[in-house]
Design a protein around this ligand. Sequence first.
Ligand code: FES
Length: 272
Amino acid sequence: TESADSSPARRGVHTQGRAAIPNRHLRTDRWWVPPLMTALGLGAFVVYSTWRAFANGNYYAAPYVSPFYSPCLASNCTDMNGGADWHLFGSWWGISPALIVLIFPLGFRLTCYYYRKAYYRGFWASPPACAVAEPHATYTGETRFPLILQNIHRYFFYFAIPVAGILTYDVVLSFRDADGNWGHAGLGTLVMLVNITLIWAYTFSCHSCRHIIGGRLKHFSKHPVRFRLWGWVGRLNRHHMLLAWVSLISVALADFYVYLVASGAFDDPRFF
Ligand code: FES
């Protein structure tokens, strides 16, 4: 009967009509290693970024600004000597200015197609791996609230472009010394340069970006420029998972570098 079909025991992989396999899965490899590594890696980033986002200090060491705090939109921002400190939020904003700006890059990553797969597997075991049944009784995918909101990813992509643009501006400013004179380059400049390169590569490798550039076309032959761009983005897109990880690590390292210099724990070596 219908009620018998929808009972928890008859849902998911146990739905009537599917092969009656008593084992939870038939995999013999160590399938649990990737989701475990993912959970540990993402968990470490969440702990680190939460600490730094609430720290509200040591995020500017002239001429370097932490990517977690740029653009600095609150009035309580440290004066960044010409950096992207716009002070749009009034003095009523009393907590860390990072909490305003981080909404955009975190929203972009949280709704990213790759990260969705990663944290669904790593944290929710939904499913934990290919061909391993999930422990939950029901599975609705992303068809219902709240997960249907993942569809806003393409809009976060539009926000990710100006955010990366502002971080690029910060890198340009890192070629000035603490007094504002051009021609400076230190280890921090290199750290920020590598970070912004990886952030742009990750942003352009986005699946939504690929669709915006090359999707909804009937004939590539009539759109040679878009075809060319789609080819470039497609090449990056193949490495989206790798870029997601290396850019996540680099953004944390860039922030940590600024923290070390700003807190006085480390002196920025200057190349010229
Ligand atoms: Fe990963 Fe868009 S799909 S950033």
